[in-house]
Design a protein around this ligand. Structure first.
Ligand SMILES: Cc1ncc(COP(=O)(O)O)c(C=O)c1O
Length: 477
């Protein structure tokens, strides 16, 4: 099948979330067709109308994974660059600890085992040069639920979300019934939030009594980019001036390709909650353990409310996972080396995508951390419209999937306007265990070239070539 993804196609699930019309259901405004549908619901014995429900659906990143699996089941090779899951395994000694602790069936303290919180504080204080008190570490079933628990602690707030940014922030703020405010960024400014844009957005709301919360994520999903110390310092001044609570989602911080992540909490300690966890740097997304680092200024106000919400919802993270995580949060050469090898592989892959794709006209910045890059096909817009009838990022991803078997997520999933021909690529489709083992054979002083990727991450190289070919064909007269 060639061409766009059509509604009703198996492929349409790719962006079902982005198609959902939140505003209708949230405001309970009822159109004629809603009334008809509600009447049908009630007559068939349902207990509520569709419009009585909040809007929520599976996040777009999970859906594209399903779609890729479907194509593979049909015998096609899909380059699975849609779902942002770490390709690496947790270190063996961490997995051994998990297995050994499986008999720990007891509940723990809601905020996490004290010994784990102690280790998390030590670990982040070391790597991020912070001064977090272990009692201000709150552990949860992934950083996602921690961010949601922080948001839902507020009766009302204005939540500033930077565009583009991770798919779940806006739905979370909506579910918490908070007001969301989008702050745009652009390619020319490296998709970075600038102090001027931040100041302008905050100023509009400065006369309201409601608190301001900024969800600030870097290294970034979808862009793989970060901030310098000077940039963070300048942003911190604006945060302080406007009394903003910053939820700093630094879950990719330890995967900064040269290990130079700087936490904004260094510049704005009193107003920043840092969120992280073992999903990305430790390859354990499915274990579901995240951490939040509260400043002492919030230890008797916001923190107990967040812990209360966790107590009424998750109770605690699975105990064996907490023991295993305590091993992972060790300041030891094994973990340090493990991080260095992951970073080196990811740096090499990011560089390859950058070099090959910019050469064929895609706009992108060289990723500096994590495993994403954000592709902007705008320079090819005329050819895409003329030859493929592609005018939106949704169409673009459909076309890439159907013609080149490339699964990437459309920019709309990250809040970008539909007409911006952008997509997030996650360069994770390789066997991380094998690649890591091969990297350990090469001294860390050397960088890994494309020959390494060809052998150990072949789908990255082939998929990258396929995207390049797709672009070249478009450009051909
Ligand atoms: C930016 C960002 N924040 C948070 C998360 C969620 O992480 P966790 O597995 O800790 O819930 C993800 C996962 O993809 C992410 O990309």
């Amino acid at each position: 099948m060639h061409g766009k993804i059509e509604k009703g196609d198996e492929a349409s699930v790719v962006t079902d979330y982005t198609d959902a019309d939140d505003s209708d259901a949230m405001s309970c405004a009822r159109s004629d067709s809603d009334i008809e549908e509600n009447a049908r619901d009630l007559s068939s014995g349902f207990l509520f109308r569709k419009s009585d429900l909040k809007v929520s659906s599976e996040s777009a990143t999970l859906l594209i994974n399903e779609q890729s699996k479907y194509k593979e089941a049909n015998g096609e090779t899909v380059y699975k660059f849609g779902f942002g899951q770490s390709p690496f395994m947790p270190p063996d000694f961490v997995m051994d600890e998990f297995a050994e602790r499986v008999s720990h069936k007891e509940y723990s303290e809601v905020a996490g085992l004290p010994m784990l919180r102690e280790k998390v504080a030590q670990f982040h204080n070391h790597y991020d040069k912070l001064d977090i008190d272990p009692k201000n570490v709150v552990v949860g079933s992934g950083s996602k639920i921690l961010i949601y628990a922080i948001l839902s602690s507020f009766r009302m707030a204005n939540v500033f979300i930077i565009t583009p940014s991770w798919v779940s922030y806006e739905p979370q703020a909506d579910l918490a019934r908070l007001n969301t405010v989008r702050v745009d960024t652009c390619y020319e400014e490296g998709w970075r939030l600038t102090p001027a844009r931040l100041h302008d957005a905050l100023s509009v709301y400065s006369s309201t009594a409601d608190p301001s919360i900024c969800i600030f994520n870097y290294p970034g999903n979808p862009d793989g980019l970060t901030y310098s110390g000077d940039e963070l310092h300048a942003l911190a001044k604006v945060f302080r001036e406007h009394n903003v609570l910053v939820i700093s989602d630094e879950i990719y911080g330890l995967l900064h390709h040269t290990g130079e992540h700087i936490s904004v909490a260094q510049y704005y300690p009193e107003g920043t909650i840092v969120c992280s966890g073992i999903s990305k740097w430790c390859g354990a997304g499915g274990w579901r353990l995240g951490v939040s680092l509260f400043p002492s200024s919030l230890q008797n106000t916001l923190k107990p409310v967040v812990v209360g919400i966790l107590s009424e919802t998750i109770s605690c993270v699975a105990s064996p996972v907490q023991y295993a995580a305590a091993k992972a949060y060790s300041l030891c050469p094994e973990i340090d080396t493990y991080l260095h090898h992951q970073r080196r592989i990811l740096a090499s892959a990011g560089r390859m995508f950058y070099e090959r794709l910019t050469a064929v006209g895609v706009q992108m910045h060289m990723p500096t951390a994590g495993f994403y890059c954000y592709l902007d096909f705008s320079p090819l817009a005329a050819a895409l419209a003329e030859k493929r009838r592609v005018t939106t990022s949704y169409d673009l991803c459909g076309d890439l999937l159907s013609r080149a078997c490339i699964a990437v997520l459309p920019g709309t999933a990250f809040g970008a306007p539909a007409g911006l021909l952008s997509a997030r690529l996650a360069y994770v489709d390789f066997n991380g265990r094998n690649a890591l083992a091969a990297s350990y054979e090469t001294p860390l002083s050397e960088s890994l070239d494309e020959a390494f990727l060809m052998v150990h991450c072949p789908k990255l190289v082939d998929g990258c070539k396929k995207i390049a070919q797709y672009c070249t064909e478009l450009a051909d007269k």
